[in-house]
Structure formats: structure tokens, C-alpha cells
Design a protein around this ligand. Structure first.
Ligand code: TYD
Ligand code: MG
Length: 453
């Protein structure tokens, strides 16, 4: 194979250099030069592309043929929903997560749910024996599941063209290398260029590809951030290793909505889908204890009821601690400031801990009201009514602001047996309220606190 030209590009200022240097000669940044494959000169490309049938030229929208949108459904509703309704043909999905969280398990199980499909499992980390043992444990078998222990991208591309699978899984992207690059597997340039080759293949032969990726300690996908921009879909498999629940979250999806989540339980026989996660997240609720509330959050398209726990204790430090688990820390600080200013709670001498129970991470402001009531409940050491769920964003003025899809949230709240919900007053005009649920509209945080404490 002809040696591809490589070059080194500064990730800070874009300076291109033919050789690696510790310090960028242009912007003086250290260790900023990263190897990449030099693009093919434009002249060579033009000759091939213009004129020929299917060659590239601007086309009117009406000329673009859509073809059939084919999605591969696995039948696992938690997975299909996160994927936006199934696996899109020619799509590239990055499945990221901590080591040992269950990425390989999730991927191997695709073989069980798609027994008719030809599946190529490229393994760069484990031996075929290890994969086989896992597959057997998961009840995956058959002539359609092909194993390929390989890390050389060229060989993987060749195998994919030869095997003609319906689906390809690469476990993991960090182990791959392109022989035309000098840097080691796992380096920024290798991960990026290897992914680029696989993405190119996926689009060319319409092959759905899953790339498994590890995340670093601070939660980012190891390797370049740019990987997230290159692929169509980014899924995170999250969860506490000490708990059985795993949450599959779409943080990016070109073919579906983001923030969609699927909930699974890790069992001895693999990942089982959890159809009613709210019931599980609420099953271990602390009753009659101060600092506990229930919120109805919307994760993607699905309303989810989760317990919020807050603990407010006198601080022994000059600067008190504010710690949120499963919620944005900075938003918590802002909300606490609202509580101090608008409600006169003297939190400056107290540590505040907020925890979203069940290992869920909440990303939307509609849970503000529940968090503030939980904090106030712990501060005054007064338990709240356990049959009430809270919905509402809280603004800096202490006003309760409207949230999206209130009807779906109230319906789910009623379904789980709650008797009452506090919701933004402005949300309630002209909507259908579910049977059996008393909904009280609140316009101010103060009103919610009076009702709850
Ligand atoms: P794995 O899929 O290998 O994780 P990753 O690829 O993300 O590193 O899963 C590892 C853990 O899952 C391991 O601790 C064992 C557990 N496990 C089960 O509990 N049940 C099963 O059926 C399987 C296959 C694994
Ligand atoms: Mg693995």
C-alpha cells in the first residue's frame, strides 16, 4: 500500500507542520500538534467527481431521491426508542461508557435480538474465546454472528466488504490503528482517522456501525472530542457499577430526539429492559423523612418520576459546601441563592447536598421546584407530603415558570398513584387533567413551600 502523506496540525491555532514538534512554532502552545492524514490534493478529486453519473454536483432538493428509510428494529423497546425508532441504515453510533459498565454486553446482545441478521463483531480487546463465553452466557449463538479479532483498520474494512454484514460492531475504537499513521493506537490521531475510515465505509455500503468507546475519568470519551461530531449518534451507557441499573442515553442523534433514555437492569443473563423505570426509582423512597420530594422530569420524550433528596447541615467550614449528584452543581448554587434572597433561608452557614436517587442524571429545569422544596424541607426538618409530585422551573425572582409537555407529565404522575401535583399555574389553562390527580397551580415558590411544608 502506498504510504499516505501525514502531517501535524496544531489543535490550538491550526498551524500545519510536516513533522512533530513539542511546541507549536506559531502560537507557542505545548504538545498541541496532532498527526493527521493530509487531504488529497483538490486537483485529483475534481477530475473524478465531475460529469459522471452519480458524480458530485449541486442538485435541487426535488432531484434528491430519498430511497427507503430503513431502520433495523431490535424489538427491545428501550433500545429502539433511544436509537430513534431502530438502527438507521448506514448510521454510525458511538457507544460510550466506563469500563465494565456493560457496553460489550449490550452490543453482543444485539446478536440475540437480530438472529436473522449477519453481524460482524470486531474485537480488539478480548480474545474470540472471551467473546464466545459472553455470547454463550447471553444465549447468543448461530451462524450469523461473525467474530473478527483485529485492530488494523485496513483489515477491518476488507473484512466488512467481504463478509457483507447487516451490522458491524467495533469493540473498541481506542484499540484500532491505521498503519499509515505513526502514532500509537488510542492516540488522538489514530482514534480520529480510524473512525473516519469506518464512517466512510458505513456511508459507502450503507452499513450500520457501532463503535464502542471508553470514557476517561472526567467522563469524556477518550480520544478526541471531534469523534462526537463525526458520528451520527452518541449513546452513553451510565450507571453505578454497584447498582444493577443501567441507563442508555442518547446525547446526540441525527435520526431521533436527544436525551432519550432507555433503562436496563444487569442480570446474570445480560441486560434486561425495564419497562416502568419510575416505579423502580421510587421503590426505595424514604417515607416520613425531611428533605425528600418527588419530581416529574422529562427525559427525551418520556416522563420520569424520581426522588430528590436534600440534606442541609450546619457547616464547619468558612465556605460551606454545595454538592449535587445527578444535577448541575451551578444550577443548584443559583437555586440556593433564590431560596436565600426570596425566602430568607439562611443557608450561608450550612452545607447543602442534593442527590437524585437511583443514579439518574436530570438535565432539565422543570425539576427546580422539587429541588428547592427538598432543600427547604431539610432546612426546617419538616417532611413533605409523600403523595405529591412537583413540577416547575424556578426563576431568579422566585416565580414558577412553565415547563414543556405538562399533560404527559401529569398523566405519568397519576399513573404512578400520586394523589396531588403542584404545577406551574400558567401551564394549566385549558388542559385536560388526568382522573384521580388533584393538580394545584402555583405561580410562586413561596406558595409551593406553604403548601408543602
Ligand atoms: P462488559 O459488557 O464486559 O462491560 P464493558 O464492555 O463496558 O467494559 O460487562 C462487564 C460486567 O457485566 C461484568 O462485571 C460482568 C457483568 N455481566 C453481568 O452481570 N451479566 C452478564 O450477563 C454479562 C455478560 C456481564
Ligand atoms: Mg468491553
Amino acid at each position: 500500500m502506498a504510504k499516505t502523506r501525514t502531517r501535524y496540525v496544531c489543535q490550538v491555532c491550526g498551524q500545519v507542520s510536516p513533522q512533530w514538534m513539542g511546541k507549536c512554532p506559531s502560537c507557542d502552545a505545548w504538545s498541541s500538534l496532532v498527526e493527521e492524514v493530509a487531504p488529497t490534493p483538490v486537483k485529483a478529486r475534481v477530475g473524478r467527481a465531475v460529469g459522471a453519473e452519480g458524480g458530485r454536483r449541486p442538485a435541487a432538493l426535488s432531484e434528491v431521491r430519498l430511497g427507503e428509510e430503513t431502520r433495523l428494529r431490535t424489538g427491545v423497546s428501550e433500545f429502539d426508542r433511544v436509537m430513534g425508532g431502530g438502527i438507521m441504515s448506514g448510521s454510525v453510533t458511538l457507544v460510550a461508557g466506563d469500563p465494565g459498565i456493560g457496553k460489550s454486553t449490550l452490543m453482543t446482545e444485539l446478536g440475540k435480538h437480530l438472529p436473522e441478521r449477519r453481524l460482524l463483531y470486531v474485537t480488539g480487546e478480548e480474545s474470540p474465546r472471551q467473546v464466545k463465553l459472553r455470547a454463550r452466557r447471553l444465549g447468543v449463538d448461530g451462524d450469523a454472528f461473525f467474530l473478527f479479532p483485529e485492530t488494523n483498520v485496513e483489515a477491518i474494512l476488507a473484512a466488512a466488504r467481504e463478509t457483507e454484514p447487516d451490522l458491524m460492531i467495533v469493540d473498541s475504537i481506542q484499540t484500532l490503528f491505521r498503519p499509515d499513521l505513526e502514532s500509537a493506537p488510542g492516540s488522538v490521531s489514530q482514534v480520529r482517522e480510524s473512525a473516519a475510515s469506518l464512517i466512510h465505509l458505513a456511508k459507502q455500503i450503507d452499513l450500520p456501525v457501532f463503535l464502542v468507546g471508553h470514557v476517561t475519568k472526567d467522563g469524556a470519551i477518550a480520544g478526541p472530542r471531534v469523534l462526537e461530531h463525526m458520528v451520527d449518534t452518541v449513546l452513553y451507557l451510565e450507571g453505578d457499577r454497584h447498582h444493577a441499573y443501567r441507563i442508555l442515553r442518547a446525547v446526540k442523534n441525527r435520526f431521533g430526539s436527544t436525551n432519550e433514555i432507555g433503562v436496563f437492569e444487569m442480570r446474570t443473563g445480560g441486560l434486561a429492559e425495564v419497562i416502568n423505570p419510575s416505579a423502580i426509582f421510587l421503590s426505595q423512597r424514604a417515607y416520613g423523612v425531611s428533605g425528600s420530594t418527588v419530581v416529574c422530569a422529562l427525559e427525551g420524550t418520556r416522563p420520569l418520576l424520581v426522588e430528590i433528596q436534600a440534606l442541609v447541615t450546619p457547616s464547619s467550614y468558612a465556605s460551606p459546601q454545595r454538592t449535587a449528584t445527578g444535577f448541575d452543581n451551578r444550577r443548584l448554587q443559583m437555586l440556593l441563592a433564590v431560596l436565600e434572597k426570596r425566602e430568607g433561608l439562611r443557608l450561608a452557614s450550612h452545607d447543602v447536598f442534593v442527590n437524585v436517587a437511583g443514579g439518574v442524571r436530570l438535565t432539565e429545569p422543570a425539576v427546580d421546584l422539587g429541588i428547592l422544596v427538598a432543600v427547604a424541607s431539610s432546612f426546617h426538618d419538616v417532611p413533605t407530603d409523600t403523595g405529591t409530585a412537583l413540577i416547575g422551573e424556578v426563576g431568579l425572582g422566585g416565580e414558577v415558570r412553565t415547563v414543556g409537555r405538562i399533560e404527559a407529565r401529569l398523566k405519568e404522575t397519576a399513573k404512578l398513584g400520586f394523589e396531588r401535583a403542584l404545577a406551574p399555574e400558567h401551564n394549566l389553562k385549558g388542559i385536560d387533567l388526568p382522573d384521580g390527580l388533584a393538580v394545584t397551580g402555583v405561580a410562586r415558590l413561596h406558595a409551593a413551600l406553604e403548601l408543602m411544608l
